[in-house]
Ligand binder design. Structure first.
Ligand code: NAD
Length: 489
């Protein structure tokens, strides 16, 4: 099947669209139709992109002021808003996510990402110390932030534009030039963003896009390029490890936002209606394909049955369907390959003794959608803590529901993972809420909510979930290198 709007997506290098060494097909996860033919960058295109970025950093862009860069970011935000529906259509074509979600979350957040980092960079001062030594010498120490230089940005497919602009905005705010490698599953919005950034007046070479895959393709070519100055990556933990090995010989800084196996803890005193609604969001948003999604729910025994019943009802109420259908709550997985992985976990969970409370397979949505990557929202009971389905990231609309008896036990179970990205605690006892949230060995811990973000706050994970934090001034620290100047007075 060929979509009438299928297009050819090129690489964007030094301000111009360029072809690659081969092309690959991007198919819709909704029905398998062809969305785009994508030009795959080879060593020559990746090298040219890095060189163009270097020229930008060494040229006028490298001498730009904070005010000029903040103004550029605001113009980019305005241009995304002006072409809002184009971005929505591109994101939906690649991912199959509901139109409403693309509007309210993905593209809306892209706009906010640029405005927020324009504000942050404008308001951030320098670290300075008036130094007074015992022998009477005095000095002024101040640290001047310099751009990192050429930043490689490698991003995944789940929230493509949101996660890309989360990195592009602060990188440009700090005066870097970037080479972006979007996921092979979601090449469209990164390409459209190139047009918008150029329209907003960014000099050639400031924003470059190279398309392709990971190993042996544009991803690896970019992250192992000797002339990049740092890598910021969002994706799987195993990919982060591979990228780390690739940059090790060059001793480059990395910022990693990786996988998760996130827990939620529901205490018996929680507002159960709110908890069930919140868990419904945290398990099933984006078909479970958000790094922050909950895949383990620990429920205090007295309310276990009630919470389980509420969640099963919630899952049954989800509507799978075409993105443009107003009634649709839940899209497909990103690809039939990813669905095969999720299906393997569905089978593993059953082998490990799971009782399937709802879902558990591939739905029949009719011939029209038979070529898509659809999967049923699934809840498991009866799994033990050592089960693979409880320990490994599935990245689909699934969760294991498990009872607990004491606060200490709940904290221990939630922290019994090699990941450490996000947690959510549901309780009316705020003292306990603070206490338990602080004991979670994660980067982000929510109380009575989930995925409520202040872009100035630190975002990232511990353990297998990542290295470093981005967000607000945390991002500015990654995308700059301070030079400390000491002047004797
Ligand atoms: P992935 O790691 O397979 O791919 C991510 C990107 O890395 C893609 O662009 C891919 O082409 C590229 N890549 C793959 N191998 C590479 C290599 N060897 N060298 C260089 N680049 C390479 O991840 P995915 O399947 O696209 O995304 C899902 C994963 O992302 C999940 O694990 C999810 O938890 C994680 N994620 C984390 C966050 C976070 O903020 N912590 C946010 C979203 C997604």
């Amino acid at each position: 099947m060929v979509n009438a709007t299928a297009q050819r997506l090129q690489n964007f290098v030094g301000g111009a669209y360029v072809e690659g060494v081969a092309s690959f097909e991007k198919h819709s996860p909704v029905d398998g139709s062809l969305v785009a033919l994508v030009e795959e960058a080879g060593a020559e295109q990746v090298g040219a992109a890095v060189a163009a970025a270097r020229r930008a950093v060494d040229g006028a862009w490298g001498r730009s002021t904070v005010a000029e860069r903040a103004a550029l970011l605001r113009r980019i935000a305005d241009r995304i808003e002006a072409r809002f529906e184009e971005f929505v259509a591109a994101e939906v074509a690649d991912t199959g996510k509901p139109l409403r979600q693309a509007r309210e979350l993905d593209v809306a957040r892209a706009v906010v990402n640029f405005r927020s980092f324009a504000d942050t960079v404008s308001a951030t001062g320098l670290d300075s110390f008036l130094t007074e030594l015992a022998d009477g010498r005095r000095a002024l120490n101040y640290a001047v932030p310099r751009p990192l230089g050429v930043v490689a940005i490698v991003v995944p497919w789940n929230l493509p534009l949101l996660l890309l602009t989360w990195k592009v905005a602060p990188a440009l705010a700090c005066g870097n030039a970037v080479v972006v490698k979007p996921s092979e599953e979601t090449p469209s919005t990164a390409t459209l963003l190139a047009e918008v950034i150029a329209e907003a007046g960014a000099p050639d070479g400031v924003y470059n896009v190279v398309h392709g895959f990971g190993p042996g393709s544009a991803g690896e070519l970019l992250t192992t390029h000797p002339d990049i100055d740092g890598v910021t990556f969002t994706g799987e933990s195993a990919t982060g490890a591979a990228i780390m090995r690739g940059v090790a010989p060059f001793v480059r800084p990395v910022s990693f936002e990786l996988g998760g196996k996130n827990a939620a803890v529901v205490f018996a005193d929680a507002d159960l209606d709110k908890a069930v609604a919140g868990l419904g969001r945290s398990i099933f948003t984006n078909t479970g394909q958000v790094c922050l999604c909950t895949e383990r729910v620990y429920i205090e025994r007295p309310v276990y049955d009630e919470v389980v019943a509420g969640l099963v009802e919630h899952a049954r109420g989800l509507r799978l369907g075409r993105p443009e259908d107003e009634a649709t709550t839940t899209g497909p997985l990103i690809s039939v390959e990813h669905r095969a992985k999720v299906e393997r976990y569905l089978a593993t969970a059953v082998d490990e003794g799971a009782e399937v409370l709802v879902g558990g397979g591939v739905p029949d949505l009719g011939a029209d959608l038979a070529g898509g990557a659809w999967i049923e929202p699934t809840l498991w009971a009866g799994l033990h803590q050592q089960a693979r389905a409880v320990r490994e990231e599935v990245f689909g609309p699934v969760a294991a529901l498990m009872p607990f008896d004491t606060e200490e036990e709940a904290v221990g179970l939630a922290n019994d993972t090699r990941y450490g990205l996000a947690a959510a605690v549901w309780t009316r006892d705020l003292e306990r809420g603070h206490r338990v949230a602080q004991q979670m060995r994660v980067g982000m811990s929510w109380v009575n909510t989930w995925y409520l973000r202040d872009l100035r706050s630190p975002f990232g994970g511990v353990g297998l979930s990542g290295i470093g934090r981005e967000g607000g001034t945390h991002s500015l620290h990654f995308y700059t290198e301070p030079t400390n100047v000491c002047v004797q007075l």
